[in-house]
Design a protein around this ligand. Structure first.
Ligand code: KIV
Length: 250
């Protein structure tokens, strides 16, 4: 079975997808060994690894570097990679850059927004594409922040229409970011492909989180919807203080 068949059959069986982001070899290896369903090398890389203010400045070269590292950490876990901002303006550019991510080791690519031509061109070459609707982080500067989507009837209808277009264009799954929970539920019911929510309620067919948010590794910023499962920044700081003390006391 290819990735799309696996995802659609999981949805039919009611099996929820647990996805996380990864950007490096050890994290990918640990998450793969823990049984995660899919790893996304997200362009959240920009914020959680590279120290940029948002995802907009992430380059193809940076994505490729991290996709290679993640792929070295897993053998069976599917790896998806974001096409970064500016890398899919035209269908030709989208396909060329999707191929580069696949050559670097990704099994699928993800792109933001309702861009059926780009998606059809990529899927037409047998490359799996994950769609992404709702809050689109690559547009955070125009939007002036991370705001919930689908709160008005017009916005909800437009999200549903876009979701159907993305399914029709060949997407194998759809990430819904910061979508009003009831609207995410309706989209989930109407689609045959799985919806993967982030800050969009529990009705989606699966969930994805940015791994450092889940693990409490970035105490200076945590989105309100994240229920962190650990506070790894504290033991990390403690271990480093212990090490510094030990070295200085020797
Ligand atoms: O870049 C990313 O990590 C993402 C997820 C938040 C879905 O797109």
């Amino acid at each position: 079975m290819n990735l799309k068949e696996i995802l659609v059959s999981a949805k039919l069986n009611g099996d929820k997808q647990a996805w996380l982001t990864a950007y490096d070899y050890p994290t990918a290896r640990l998450l793969g060994e823990a049984g995660i369903d899919l790893l996304l090398v997200g362009d959240s890389l920009g914020m959680v690894v590279l120290g940029y203010p948002d995802t907009v400045d992430v380059t193809m070269e940076e994505m490729l570097h991290h996709v290679r590292a993640v792929r070295r950490g897993v053998s069976r876990t599917p790896v998806a990679a974001d096409l970064p901002y500016g890398s899919y303006h035209t269908s030709d550019q989208a396909l060329a850059n999707a191929r580069r991510l696949i050559d670097a080791g990704a099994h699928a690519v993800k792109l933001e927004g309702c861009l059926p031509e780009q998606i059809k061109t990529i899927t037409g070459e047998e490359i799996d594409v994950i769609g992404h609707l709702g809050m689109l982080p690559q547009h955070v500067r125009e939007e002036g922040g991370y705001h919930k989507k689908g709160k008005t009837e017009a916005e909800a209808q437009s999200l549903l229409a876009s979701a159907l277009i993305l399914q029709e264009s060949g997407c194998c799954a759809l990430v819904l970011e910061l979508v009003d929970a009831p609207v995410a539920g309706i989209i989930t019911e109407k689609l045959d492909i799985p919806t993967i929510g982030i800050g969009s309620g529990t009705a989606c067919d699966g969930q994805i989180l940015v791994t450092p948010d889940l693990l409490g590794l970035q105490p200076w910023f945590r989105p309100a919807f994240v229920k962190a499962k650990a506070d790894l920044a504290s033991p990390l700081r403690q271990a480093i203080s212990d090490y510094i003390k030990e070295v200085r006391d020797e």
